[in-house]
Ligand binder design. Structure first.
Ligand code: WT7
Length: 664
């Protein structure tokens, strides 16, 4: 793991200081928790039977008779069963008499902009949208791209696709037109659902213009369905573009759903890997829904008839798919759906939402916790947060300081914190404490969920002992696992199943402490984690090299107090490009940052770009990223003797200290 030491020294040290601290589950919560202590043994005694029992909590039109067909690395779960994901998330709750129950308390970013959507409302909307999609010619198996703000229509669109068996591919609204186009093309989507724009950080941002730009490259897209959200002017192509209010709102509110086989593709979610091309992660229906429903119920201890659940994430990422849409709805839960980012709408917006809607369970990312932490204890202290019972964290390793702050100031030392480890690929949570059973430690994800088999192994694939670190692997298939990478089975095999034969390689470093509890340490590959968003170094390098002035680029993730990691780029310009003075340097750096924003999206803008005459390379010509990371994190430089030209790194180092870090 030496090339990729995942945590900064400081973080590792503070983890050590907290390692012996542990908190037991609160007795009142434990007494009536959904998961009781016997659960681990029950699942271990017969893993497949245990998962089958979880699956039977769903409604199957044709019950399954097989649980797992495993032809490494290809899995089929509940293969001969048939069901409809949307019916499981919506219709069955209405049929059970819960039509008037709230599915979503939607909170828009502009203050006072709210909507309440009951399960009956959801059924009607989803039925209309399914009818509308069918009238646009969408059939089972067709891919539909969704590029939307966090509005109820986004959830309705996903469910409508699921209802008619058309896999959706949600693209985060913060991605650029180019990023959207490449995703549409890769999976050959024929319909795009979008909005004129959305509210982000206090302003109306445009979405439809990005779609228009993207579609210049995507001739096979024949229809665009557009929600009016902000009222801004948009260009319109007659015949291709359809307003949601003309098409969906006028469609029939009843729709007869058919069932699909359990392995019917449910959605694609693109995520960054170690190359410039994002991977279309494929999830299917029966196993995925089983996994997200079971984890949601047991990890967050959700009581559907009492609780208000809030995953503060965007549906553009897998967290939103699994724990805003499919898991909570399969369990008939009432959720908060908040349009804005935590930093928008006032610094106490979050606490007002918790107070107003009496949120019982809050699930968010460490980067947000660190931002709230910077704003101080007074803001949460000024609000009634007594409704909270369980707190969750996801997306990146949580540093013990943030964990302790979350516990004290948000959970008021009463709420257990579940640090949940998973990935786009895993579909749902795999490593986590269970709030009524497992003791928690600040910074540890603790143990595999019941029915999940994980290990930490060394370079040779041998399990490490307690107190040792290595690579996280999953040793048995699980129901929510990805079924492949769209159109690229070889890449599926080589990325996940080849590093250690026979087991799933997660790409994360992990450690077992002296008690055998698991600590996740961050990525061991060239994937960065910026505010919980996954971005590959190669993707950013690729974007930079796309600029006509750039000769070479090397990108590293440097640890950052708020965002976890931040992007630092080292760039050399082409011989014929003159950058004479500071103003010219600044102008070029600005231009390069914008190039990254338009190629990938604003989330991938480097915090810092260093122009340098040369990059440090080994004699064989390989860029030494380890050194660049040392430079970016202002560390003492390691061994430079293998460098072709050791003076290069000193030069870069000087530039780094000369330039400020406040460009972002
Ligand atoms: C990567 C997956 C899971 C939904 C959001 C991110 C990191 C995720 C944790 C955690 C330490 C974590 C890993 C993983 N990660 N959760 N609790 N502790 N690291 O999904 O974009 O697919 O990213 O996020 O490095 O590999 P993703």
């Amino acid at each position: 793991m030496s090339e990729h030491t995942p945590t900064s020294g400081q973080q590792a040290l503070s983890a050590l200081l907290h390692e012996n601290r542990r908190f037991d589950p609160p007795p009142e919560l434990a007494a009536r928790a959904n998961a009781q202590p016997s659960i681990y043994e029950e699942a271990a005694a017969d893993r497949l039977a245990w998962w089958a029992e979880q699956a039977r909590r769903l409604d199957w039109d044709t019950p399954f008779s097989t649980v797992l067909e495993w032809d490494l690395p290809d899995a089929k779960w509940f293969a001969d069963g048939r069901l409809n994901a949307c019916v499981n998330c919506v219709d069955r709750h209405v049929a059970a008499g819960k039509g008037s129950k709230v599915a979503f308390h939607w909170v828009g970013e502009p203050d006072g902009d709210t909507r309440t959507i009951t399960y009956k409302d959801l059924l009607e909307e989803v039925s209309r949208a399914a009818n509308a999609l069918e009238s646009l010619g969408v059939k089972a198996g067709d891919r539909v791209a969704i590029y939307m703000p966090m509005i109820p229509e986004a959830v309705v669109s996903m469910l409508a696709c699921a209802r008619i068996g058309a896999p959706h591919s949600v693209v985060f609204g913060g991605f650029s037109a180019e990023a959207l186009a490449s995703r549409i093309l890769d999976s050959d989507c024929q319909v795009v659902i979008t909005a004129d724009g959305g509210y982000r950080r206090g302003a109306a941002a445009a979405l439809k213009p990005h779609v228009d730009e993207a579609l210049e490259q995507c001739p096979t897209v024949r229809a665009v369905l557009c929600v009016r959200r902000t009222g801004q002017d948009v260009a319109w192509i007659e015949g291709r573009d359809h307003w949601w209010h003309d098409t969906v709102e006028t469609a029939s509110s009843t729709h007869q759903a058919q069932s699909f086989e359990a392995e019917q593709p449910l959605y694609l979610m693109y995520t960054s890997g170690t190359t410039a091309k994002p991977k279309g992660i494929l999830h299917t229906t029966g196993g995925y829904l089983t996994h997200v429903a079971a984890t949601h119920r047991l990890i967050f201890d959700v009581k559907p008839d009492e609780d208000v659940f809030w995953t503060a994430a965007d549906i553009g990422w897998v967290t939103g798919h699994s724990y805003i849409v499919y898991g909570p709805l399969a369990n008939g839960t009432t959720s908060v759906l908040y349009e804005g980012t935590p930093t928008a709408g006032g610094r106490d917006r979050w606490w007002r939402i918790v107070e107003d809607y009496k949120v019982n369970i809050l699930y968010t990312a460490p980067t947000t916790i660190r931002t709230l932490m910077k704003w101080g204890e007074d803001l949460p202290a000024a609000h009634d947060l007594s409704s909270l019972r369980v707190l969750g964290s996801v997306g990146e390793p949580i540093n013990p300081e943030a964990w302790m702050w979350y516990r004290k100031n948000v959970g008021r030392t009463r709420c257990p914190i579940v640090d949940t480890w998973w990935q786009t690929e895993t579909g749902g949570i795999l490593i986590t404490p269970l709030p009524g059973i497992t003791s928690t430690k600040p910074g540890a994800a603790m143990r595999p969920f019941p029915g999940i088999s994980a290990e930490v192994v060394d370079n040779e694939g041998k399990p490490v002992g307690n107190g040792e670190g290595g690579y996280l692997v999953i040793t048995e298939p699980w129901p929510g696992m990805l079924r492949g990478i769209w159109g690229d089975h070889d890449r599926y095999v080589s990325t996940y199943w080849s590093r250690f034969p026979g087991v799933y390689f997660a790409g994360d470093g992990a450690k077992k402490d002296d008690d055998g509890d698991l600590w996740l340490l961050g990525r061991v590959d060239d994937v960065m984690n910026i505010s919980g968003h996954r971005i590959s170094t190669t993707e950013v390098e690729h974007a930079l090299v796309g600029h006509p002035s750039v000769a070479e680029a090397a990108v590293v993730g440097a640890s950052d107090e708020t965002t976890g990691q931040a992007i630092v780029a080292f760039v050399t310009v082409k011989g014929n490009v003159q950058v004479e003075n500071e103003a010219a340097t600044e102008a070029l750096v600005d231009e390069l940052r914008n190039t990254v924003a338009t190629t990938i999206g604003p989330i991938a803008k480097p915090r810092q770009i260093i122009l340098t005459p040369e990059l440090p390379k080994t004699r064989s010509g390989k860029i030494m990223r380890r050194l660049l990371r040392d430079v970016a994190e202002h560390r003492e430089l390691g061994d430079v003797t293998t460098l072709m030209d050791p003076t290069v790194v000193n030069m870069i180092s000087e530039k780094m200290t000369a330039g400020g870090e406040d460009e972002a």
